[in-house]
Write a protein that binds this ligand. Structure first.
Ligand code: PBG
Length: 379
């Protein structure tokens, strides 16, 4: 039963809405007193929430009237502890700007070192690495992903050496390394699931051996979490965490990222045979359930803001650490509007990050991390 305050007025007074509207203040208070007495006599109506007294006994603005009241009743908090910094790295000599992501550069190993120290100083718990691979090193199978001396293993070591208290999260997927830009092994136009899983296990072991703290498979193959977990256990990496991109949708919001890692021109076709259909809700719960059973410690929903319903249902259903990825397209939209003076970029950035917390996310992977942490430090 939905309890409309005005019905309670109607009921208590046998007056209709326009009569109520024309009541004077004292008469309205009398009506309210009568209605409250009836509530008390009859008990609260059954339903999801307790009924609350109507206006003017309740004036919602009382709690919003001053900074101190607002701070006192604030429900969610956003701190640098909630942020994972998404960082693009390349093996080039100089940092290069990513055109579709103003403010984001592909970092070199030297500038990555500075970024790691910056993250540590700002209290950002972890960095997530994404590689831009020299096209000359790409092949059909993405074999550079398995190179123990490749860009990612080197980057892991740089961070661990410069800022030992910053966690390192590595994407497990083949797309930065393949000539066709797909996350898996492609044969006759089909992404082979099990052959891909074999490669992903190797890739994860290379990362764990280099000192990666969190393995984050983003490829959406079936069974890869279980296979990676088993391989980690067998090889003594019993403390290596797995953050599964469990509910990852086939999304247009990844566009700028593909430019950032240089797979935009490479990609043939789309990723709809392995990433989820944006029209589906229930499927995300099955994906998450499987990954948890297979040994994921944490799960991720991706993209972020357009999928807050998914974040909420995953975090409520499973009660496990649930992360959201504010992806490249979300970043680009906010930056583009801010650059045009259409929105206040800093304000919208923090508001969007808070929205993830409200939906139940434990944290957010975001390209905004250092800027957001700095702004939060000023508040
Ligand atoms: C690839 C991967 C993608 C992103 C992270 N890992 C792109 C894709 O699936 O096509 C997107 C990140 C972003 O858009 O910021 N496995």
């Amino acid at each position: 039963m939905k309890w409309e305050p005005v019905h309670r007025f109607d009921h208590a007074t046998t007056k209709n809405r326009s009569q109520i509207d024309s009541l004077g203040h004292d008469q309205a208070l009398d009506c309210l007193a009568t209605a409250l007495a009836r509530d008390w006599q009859w008990g609260k109506p059954s339903g999801k929430r307790d009924a609350m007294p109507a206006y003017p006994a309740t004036r919602m603005r009382r709690l919003r009237q001053a900074d101190w009241t607002r701070r006192l009743v604030r429900q969610h908090v956003l701190t640098p502890n909630d942020l994972i910094w998404a960082v693009i790295i390349s093996d080039q000599a100089k940092p290069e700007p990513v055109a579709a992501m103003p403010g984001v550069n592909r970092l070199t190993l030297t500038t990555l070192r500075e970024a790691a120290i910056e993250a540590q100083d700002l209290g950002i718990p972890a960095i997530a690495l994404f590689p831009h691979i020299d096209p000359a090193k790409k092949d059909e199978a993405g074999s550079e992903a398995l190179n123990p001396d490749g860009l990612i293993p080197q980057a892991i070591k740089v961070i661990k050496q410069a800022a030992p208290n910053v966690g390192v999260i590595c994407d497990v997927a083949l797309d930065p390394f393949t000539t066709h830009g797909h996350d898996g092994v492609l044969k006759d136009g089909v992404i082979l699931n099990d052959a891909t899983v074999d490669a992903l296990v190797e890739q994860a072991l290379v990362q764990a051996s280099a000192g990666c703290d969190v393995i984050a498979p983003s490829d959406m193959m079936d069974g890869r979490i279980g296979a990676i977990r088993m391989a980690l256990e067998e090889n003594g990496f019993t403390d290596t965490l797995i953050l599964s991109y469990a509910a990852k949708y086939a999304s247009g919001f990844y566009g700028p990222y593909r430019e950032a890692i240089g797979s935009a021109t490479a990609l043939t076709g789309d990723k709809q045979t392995y990433q989820m259909d944006p029209a589906n809700t229930e499927e995300c719960l099955r994906e998450v359930e499987l990954d948890l059973e297979e040994g994921a410690d944490m799960v991720m929903v991706k993209p972020g803001l357009p999928y807050l319903d998914i974040v909420k249902s995953v975090s409520e259903t499973f009660g496990v650490p649930t992360f959201a990825f504010q992806v490249s397209g979300e970043y680009a939209m906010i930056e583009a509007a801010a650059a045009n003076g259409w929105i206040d970029g800093g304000r919208v950035m923090l508001e969007s990050l808070m929205a993830f917390k409200r939906a139940g996310a434990s944290g957010i992977i975001t390209y905004f991390a250092p800027r957001a942490a700095r702004l939060l430090g000023e508040e």
